[in-house]
Design a protein around this ligand. Structure first.
Ligand code: CP
Length: 319
């Protein structure tokens, strides 16, 4: 593995999950692997879990970590090639990334979509440019279209709780007051498909995701029908992909409640967090026994640690 930006970078998914579960049982087993290696975490957008869990994962492996909220602490970045920089931007991503690569052995980047121009966002221009110029392995800390570290932690959490080989996993859209990216939903669908789960996606009309990520997953516009016999219910809001970046419906009636869970197979409920309580997901579920949200957040450490360990071993083998 040379980088970690999607599930396609993982060659053996089951082995990857098993490795994460082993690291969770013995987090300091490889505490010398990252000695004298530096991880840079570069954020263009806010974060709690990704930032702290990846820092902890790197510390467990003995790495140094540098974190920069480049949107607030750095120079205003220019993204366009051959720009005449006589406006508000001060530093080109080409120069910034190349410099960061001189200080770090591995770099993570968080870069959300603008949600104004689908082609631009789905081209992953910022992530791709960063990878091109940084010249060291890159980990996506959530890009415009995908959130692979989150999906990996989600898959670990499902592995820890599943009672059958191929559980029914329902990804359900939830209401929100702001337009959110499709990245978590795209990524979750991609990882569940690769892990050969029985995936059903449910959302109001107009919120269909790009089939590039959802593959052959069943799609239903009727949440209650979709929830029947579910083993896991993953709750997430996303804005429209086809009417790009728009909120098309207030989603009245789409918030998951204990009543709705009655038709599931005592499903475990998942959410990547942060969550707007009482809007996206009910208090009763978040604070109830069927919630996996804290376990998912905890597993972010071991997802990141598995990725870092694999990249560090790859660097060592090149010496
Ligand atoms: N789930 C997640 O990525 O959380 P943060 O945005 O806080 O990192």
């Amino acid at each position: 593995m040379k980088q970690f930006t999607s599930v396609s970078d993982v060659t053996d998914l089951s082995a990857f999950v098993e490795q994460a579960i082993r690291l969770k049982a013995d987090p300091f087993a490889f505490s010398g692997l990252g000695r004298n290696k530096t991880l840079g975490l570069i954020f263009l957008n806010p974060s709690l879990r990704t930032r702290l869990s990846t820092q902890k994962a790197a510390a467990n492996l003995g790495m140094h970590v540098m974190v920069m909220n480049i949107d607030k602490e750095g120079w205003a970045l220019e993204m366009k090639d051959h720009a005449i920089m006589n406006g508000s931007t001060v530093e080109h991503i080409r120069d910034a990334a190349a410099v960061i690569g001189k200080y770090c052995d591995i770099v993570g980047l968080r870069s959300f979509p603008g949600l104004k121009n689908r082609e631009e966002d789905y081209s992953e221009e910022i992530l791709k440019k960063f990878i091109r110029y940084v010249n060291v392995p890159v980990i996506s800390l959530e890009s415009a279209t995908l959130h692979p570290l989150q999906s990996f932690a989600d898959l670990i959490s499902i592995e820890e709780n599943r009672k059958s080989k191929k559980p029914k996993v329902v990804l359900t859209w939830a209401p929100h007051i702001k337009p959110l990216p499709q990245a978590v939903a795209n990524s979750f669908a991609e990882w569940m498909t690769k892990a050969e789960m029985n995936l059903v996606i449910t959302h109001p009309k107009g919120y269909d995701l790009d089939t590039k990520y959802t593959g052959n997953a069943a799609v239903s516009y009727k949440q209650e029908e979709a929830l029947k016999d579910a083993d896991f219910v993953y709750v997430k809001n996303w804005s429209s992909y086809f009417d790009y970046g728009k909120i098309l419906s207030a989603g009245k009636g789409w918030m998951l409640t204990n009543k709705k869970l009655e038709q599931t197979n005592r499903a475990k409920v998942m959410h990547c967090l942060p969550v707007r309580r009482g809007l996206e997901l009910s208090h009763e579920i978040l604070d109830g026994k069927q919630s996996l949200v804290l376990q998912q957040a905890e597993n972010r450490v071991y997802a990141a640690q598995t990725v870092l360990k694999t990249l560090l071993e790859n660097l060592s083998s090149k010496k």
